[in-house]
Design a protein around this ligand. Structure first.
Ligand code: ATP
Ligand code: MG
Length: 583
């Protein structure tokens, strides 16, 4: 490819709407352009990268025994009603109607479709197990599309689905996919950590996410981990707590004045107590209705865990006005510093739901809000003074330093970008959709399913997060849009131009994806673009050529050397041959 012909416009500045480096660099280096919120054009350089990621994924999936197919992007409502998700999926599902008024959706994921394909074709145990996958665009009307390709609304995903007759079969395929994922991400130049996770809207029980660890804002997940190997997303992490004082010093229950104690800190200062003897009440809104969470006051609530405890799609902390309103409906007028479960009965014409975290169950003689301004109950006990909610669950956000549930050492925390995940679905889709096969005993049984996703576009962006410097992207060789660029310093210098053309032709002849920067531009501009775009190898033909030398630069470490043109070509050709051998 000649740079003068390459469709790429690099920008001098970072885009103003970009927060994370992969978004900034991919726009500035001319890989992507935003079409509308969370929707991007993949320009030629990006498309080359995406195809390479896809091909690595495809090769490893095929090698692991999976078979590729392609399912439609638009899906009919009927299948989603069969699985029960038409109602359950929420606002992320982009719904539309055709000219006949039939309801459809844009595929956010394809469990329903694949399950319908399986039930049509997989009728006997003799045909199982099977793993089917596709690489397809998905659409999710994300609440907060951001970070460029890391969280788009339209994005490319590899999604695979396995069908087994036994749990042992599923366990085996789960491990098989785990191994394939490890290879895939390694080949894409990414180090990943497999962490336990919540199964979310897809459902199922066992699941792991493959995380690219980062210390930047791009890592939307908190990962708790331990040297022993335990690692879990915060939405799933558990921990043991060191013993704490959970019994208050009061000998009888009484209501005391606690003026102006609007926070746990102020309440502790006023009563001269530890937060570990306070039961904290937090008001959340789950799909329009209030849910009150009770937790020991030195700890915080993990919203996904709370959502799972009550069921629903969206959760957020209630605003001050909403809390006042809930209070008023139940005949109180205190603010959030004084909330407690007692006397809060209904809202929106429905009973208010409560969830107690496990930390509060054994507390005694505790302090708790009673919905009266400037007052708290001290010396409180469950059942005698306040009713313990029947919904008791682990809704606690783990903190670093708490003890590993597996080995007891202190947990550490880091952030991760989820590039892929694997789920054991069991019969969550096959049972309601009546997707069954005839087993060896002649009985019909639902398939035991697994599903396995990889964000193709997110993986490419995660590679930029992991590989860049202040000058631009440093693509791993395996997914770089082009392997090498040859830069003649002066296109007017005949010798420089001839040598550059020779190197370029040699590279291309040997299967290297090379670019020659034949533009009549200042050399500074050419260097800047080459570094920004992130060519793994940069060969510059300048004045040194009169002594038979070119400058050879490896973008990964920015190391330069003066070598002969043939040697430069040889290094690149060898690297590409080695890369192909690894494939
Ligand atoms: P997240 O927790 O990040 O929203 P998810 O649990 O919704 O992800 P899945 O439904 O399991 O993700 O999708 C499989 C893969 O697709 C994810 O591991 C991720 O790599 C990718 N992915 C999911 N949502 C997006 C998105 N909005 N933009 C880009 N990639 C995405
Ligand atoms: Mg999601």
């Amino acid at each position: 490819m000649r740079m003068s012909k390459l469709f790429v416009q690099t920008l001098r500045e970072f885009p103003s709407d970009a927060e994370v480096i992969s978004h900034k660099l991919l726009v500035r280096a001319g890989f992507i352009r935003k079409l509308t919120m969370g929707v991007y054009n993949y320009l030629p350089l990006m498309w080359r990268v995406l195809k390479k990621v896809e091909n690595i994924v495809r090769e490893e999936m095929d090698r692991a025994g999976a078979q590729e197919l392609l399912m439609p992007f638009v899906q009919p409502k009927e299948l989603w009603e069969e699985s029960g998700r038409w109602g359950a999926y929420g606002a992320e599902l982009m719904r539309l109607q055709d000219r006949h008024g039939r309801e459809m959706c844009l595929g956010p994921t394809h469990e329903e479709i694949i399950t319908s394909i399986a039930r049509d074709g997989l009728k006997s145990y003799k045909q199982l197990p099977v793993n089917l996958y596709q690489i397809q665009s998905k659409f999710r009307d994300e609440r907060r599309p951001r970070f460029g390709l890391l969280r788009g609304r339209e994005f490319i995903m590899k999604d695979a689905y396995s069908f087994d007759t036994t749990q042992e079969g599923l366990d085996k395929e789960y491990k098989n996919m785990w191994n394939a994922y490890t290879k895939i991400f390694k080949r894409c130049g990414l180090e990943t950590k497999a962490v336990q996770s919540d199964s979310g809207a897809i459902g199922g029980s066992v699941s792991h996410e493959f995380m690219v660890i980062t210390d930047t804002d791009a890592g939307e997940n908190d990962v708790f981990y331990c040297d022993c190997g335990y690692a879990a997303n915060s939405n799933h992490a558990i921990s043991n707590l060191t013993p704490a004082k959970i019994v208050g010093d009061w000998t009888k229950a009484e209501i005391v004045d606690t003026p102006e104690t609007h926070s746990i800190e102020e309440l502790c200062d006023f009563l001269k107590i530890e937060p570990t003897v306070i039961v904290k009440s937090l008001v959340y809104i789950v799909d329009k209705d209030p849910v009150i969470a009770l937790i020991r006051a030195d700890k915080n609530v993990e919203e996904t865990k709370l959502l799972n405890a009550v069921g629903g799609q969206e959760i957020r902390i209630a605003a001050a006005g909403e809390i006042e309103d809930i209070m008023a409906v139940n005949g109180f007028n205190a603010d959030k510093g004084f909330i407690g479960p007692k006397g809060l009965k209904e809202y929106n014409g429905k009973p208010i739901r409560f969830v107690a975290d496990k930390t509060v169950v054994d507390m005694k003689n505790f302090v708790i809000g009673i919905n009266i301004k400037d007052k708290h109950l001290v010396g409180g006990n469950w059942e005698t003074d306040v009713e313990l909610p029947s919904n008791i669950a682990d809704i606690r956000l783990v903190e670093a330093g708490e003890l590993c549930p597996e080995c007891g050492k202190a947990l550490k925390v880091t952030r991760g970008i989820e590039v892929g995940n694997i789920f054991q679905l069991g019969t969550k889709y096959s049972a309601p959709m009546n997707a069954v096969y005839t087993d060896i005993d002649g009985k019909t049984k639902p398939y035991i399913m697994g599903c396995y996703g990889i964000g193709i576009s997110r993986t490419a962006a995660a590679a930029v997060e992991a590989h860049h410097d202040e000058f631009g992207i440093k693509w791993p060789l395996s997914i770089a849009p082009y392997h090498a660029i040859v830069i003649p310093v002066s296109t007017k210098d005949e010798l420089q131009m001839n040598v550059a053309e020779d190197i370029y032709k040699t590279l291309v002849k040997h299967g290297v994806e090379a670019v020659i920067d034949d533009r009549d531009e200042r050399v500074g501009v050419k260097f800047k673009d080459a570094e920004l775009i992130g060519f793994p190898y940069i060969i510059t033909v300048g004045k040194g050529i009169t002594e038979g030398l070119v400058e050879f630069k490896t973008r990964e470490n920015n190391e330069k050397s003066e070598i002969k043109p043939e040697e430069a070509a040889e290094i690149v050709i060898t690297a590409i041959t080695k890369l192909q051998l690894c494939e």
